[in-house]
Structures are given as C-alpha cells and as structure tokens.
Design a protein around this ligand. Structure first.
Ligand code: ADP
Ligand code: MG
Length: 419
C-alpha cells in the first residue's frame, strides 16, 4: 500500500470531520454504522451533509462500505488512517509537504517529507497486520472478536513502541535518528544522510567497523536491550570526515598558517580522512535482555553481523562471541539506565508488547512463506531498485496549490481543516 496524497487537497472541512468520526467510531465497532457517524460528526448540514462526505471519502478510498449480515457500515482504510496522521503532523507544523517514498518493507512505508522551512524528514508509516486476501476468510472471526487482531491497533502499537525506543536510545546517546513526533501508525524522525550497510561494497577497515557494531550490540545489552533485527538494512553507515590533528599541539601562534597547511597536504598522516559511523534504525521488534528468547535474539543479531562481514567484506573476526551469558552479566552494570524498563514505564504495557510480538511473528512467517514461494533473498536489492525507479516516475504528487521550492520533489500538503 502506497501513500497517495493526491486527494488530500480536495477534502472539505466536513469531510475531515466525517473521516475523524469514522476513526472514532471504529474504536468500538468493526463496522461503523452511518447513524453513529452522523452522531459523532454532528455536522451543521445534518444527515445529508454527512452522506455527501461519506460518499466523497468512499470515492477516494479513505473509507470503505462493508455489508454484514446484521447491518451495513463503514470502515477506515489504510489510506484514511494515513490522511488522519498526516493531518495531525501538518497541524502541529511538523510536516508541510510530502515527497517520494525511499523505502518499502513488508511492514512499513518510508516517505521523505519536509516542514515549511524545507527541512527534510522521514515519515515511517507502519503497516502491520495486513492479512492477504487468501487468508481473510479464516481470519475473519479472529479479527472481529479481538481488538488485538486489528491492523489499526497493531500498526499503532508498532509506531508507539518504535517511537518510545528511539526516544530512550537517543537520550542515552545511542546513534539513532532523532524522533520528532508520533501520530497513530506513523512516526516522524530526522533524515539520516547515509546509505544502509547493504549498499556498501567495501570499507577501508572492516575490522574497525565490525568492532564498532559488536560494541553497539554489547552497549544495548548493558542497557537491557536486544535490537532483534540487527541486519545490513537497519544499520546506516555515515561517512564522517575527521580533521587531522596538527603534529605539534601547542602551535606557535606566530607560525604562518599557510605554511602549516602546505605541510599538512604534503604529509600523508595528516590528510583529512573519514570515519564510518553506524546509525541504528528500525525498533519495533526490540526485546528486553530478560525476554524468554533473549539468547536466541542476541545470538541472531551477532550472527547477522558476522555473516554479512564474511560475505561482503571477507572479514572474519579471530575473537569468538560475544556470548549472551557474558552480556547478560553486564545488564545495568555501572549504574546504566535499563531502557527496557524505561519504555515499559512510558506506557507501552506488557499486553501491548505481547500483541505486537505475536503480530510481528505472524508477519515474518508470512513473509518467509512468500519469499520461498517466489525467489531467493539475494534478489532483494534488485527488487528494491525497481521500486525506486517506479517511485521516481510517480514521485510528484501535486496536492496543493503552492509548491515548496526548498527541498526538491516535495509537494505542498493541502491542509484543509476548516479553520
Ligand atoms: P522496515 O521496518 O520496513 O524495515 P526501516 O525503519 O528499517 O523499515 O526503514 C526501511 C529503509 O528506509 C531503511 O533500510 C533505510 O534505507 C530507510 N530509512 C528508514 N529510516 C530512515 C532515516 N531516518 N533516514 C534515512 N533513511 C531511512
Ligand atoms: Mg528495516
């Protein structure tokens, strides 16, 4: 499902009210009856105004009419929820325009957006619990009876959890994007100008980068956490220039600076070099070091790094491990904050964690089945490139009457909230 903002500029204030009413109604109703929508929206125009908006919204696919044995009603689509979230980000002045999609996973869409100053940011839209049409029938009762099975609830959980972890990690000084805002199933964060490790074909010093990544895993563990998906797509590699230090620290202020520069250029050891900084992303599946399967997740993260370094950089560490039992001993040591506890205290309850975990597991199992049905994993990068091409063609969605000039490829979001 791709975010399509084209219809946004045509929505009236009444349409937004009705869309919000459908969202509110769906908290207690799988299908929201028209009478309930009328009651919540309380439009001045009365029932006929509501019907007009309902038909507008249905036409552009933001809500869908469903027929059930007992009654007819409407449900919010992913598109409808996307619009509501964007509307919230926009009214908080966090998002002004929407650009192209830079990433698409099984569980999310990653969009470039910008605020009214043209500062680019990343909007991650969680798309969880999408069940394929083949299995809709068998999942129907489950969906109907359990709120924990609904895509809206699960996607929101993923966003809440990811946002809470990003905040906690950032506060603790971990290299992660800065979380800006969260609404419904979306989170807004800073754009990291760095490619995923997957796209890096060689590095000057594989051993150093490997050590850095392993120490990141151990640092997380010390804070009580396991990333749970520590792979080459979720580690962005930023190239930072390091300015050379002059050989003589207490430089004579009388020394001609030009002479100094000349010397530096001539001297290999002092030419500016770069250092690679890994930035971690993607946190919905993070688990506590106390999780019952913690060892399996920990080992899998470590193994992932080892396998990638061996295949891509032909590097194998001479040091065995690190091992879970050793990492476990370091949890909370030296008075460090346990971030697993921090996140739980932020309101992400055990029940929420359980619901989300079950959904992620199901989703991963589905993904595996689909992958084994079609092609092998090595084709993934090609698929991604195709996706990017497709986006380049469709990238410009004109949705507003004023196009932002700063930040190429971004179009104004028409916010029509009736004010
Ligand atoms: P998923 O859960 O679908 O794997 P990710 O959060 O891992 O979603 O994001 C998918 C891809 O989008 C990443 O591999 C990366 O290329 C890109 N991406 C995500 N967040 C950012 C960001 N803040 N800055 C730059 N690129 C990002
Ligand atoms: Mg990812």
């Amino acid at each position: 499902m791709k975010l399509d903002t084209r219809a946004m500029r045509y929505l009236t204030a009444e349409d937004w009210r009705v869309l919000t009413a459908v969202e509110m109604g769906s908290k207690n109703h799988e299908l929201v009856p028209t009478t309930l929508i009328e009651k919540i929206a309380r439009l001045k125009g009365g029932a006929s105004g509501v019907h007009k908006s309902i038909s507008n919204l249905a036409k552009v696919g933001l809500i869908a009419r469903m027929k059930e044995a007992k009654y007819d009603g409407y449900r919010l689509s992913y598109g409808g929820l996307d619009y509501l979230a964007l509307h919230t980000h926009a009214s908080r002045k966090n998002v002004y325009s929407v650009g192209s999609r830079i990433g698409v996973g099984k569980e999310s869409d990653i969009m470039i957006v910008a605020d009214d100053k043209g500062t680019q940011k990343v909007l991650k839209i969680h798309r969880l619990g999408r069940i394929s049409f083949r299995t809709v029938k068998t999942n129907r009762d489950y969906l109907k009876n359990r709120q924990s099975g609904s895509w809206m609830y699960l996607s929101r959980l993923a966003a809440i959890k990811e946002y809470a972890f990003m905040q906690a990690l950032r506060e603790e000084g971990f290299p992660v994007p800065e979380p800006i805002a969260q609404s419904r199933h979306t989170i807004l964060m800073t754009l990291i100008d760095a490619p995923p490790m997957r796209q890096i074909s060689s590095v000057p010093d594989p051993a150093a980068l490997y050590a850095e990544l392993i120490s990141l895993i151990l640092r997380l563990a010390k804070h009580g956490l396991i990333h749970g998906d520590f792979n080459e797509f979720n580690i962005l590699i930023r190239e930072d220039k390091i300015e050379p230090e002059t050989e003589n620290d207490d430089t004579d202020p009388d020394t001609d600076p030009n002479t100094n520069e000349q010397q530096q250029e001539d001297d290999d050891s002092t030419t500016p070099s770069t250092t690679l900084t890994p930035i971690l992303i993607d946190f919905p599946q993070m688990v506590s070091m106390d999780h019952q399967n913690a060892e399996m997740y920990f080992d899998r993260d470590v193994e992932c790094v080892k396998r990638f370094f061996s295949r891509r950089f032909h590097f194998t560490s001479t040091e065995p491990g690190p091992f879970f039992k050793d990492a476990k001993k370091t949890v909370g040591r030296d008075g460090v904050r346990r971030l697993d506890a921090v996140v739980e205290a932020s309101g992400f309850t055990k029940k929420m964690a359980k619901d989300l975990e079950a959904a992620l597991r199901e989703q991963q199992a589905n993904a595996k089945n689909e992958a084994s049905d079609s092609d092998d994993a090595e084709d993934e990068s090609e698929e991604e490139e195709e996706d990017e091409d497709e986006d380049a063609d469709e990238g410009h969605q004109v949705i507003g009457d004023q196009i932002v000039t700063a930040g190429e490829g971004l179009e104004k979001l028409a916010i029509n909230d009736g004010t």
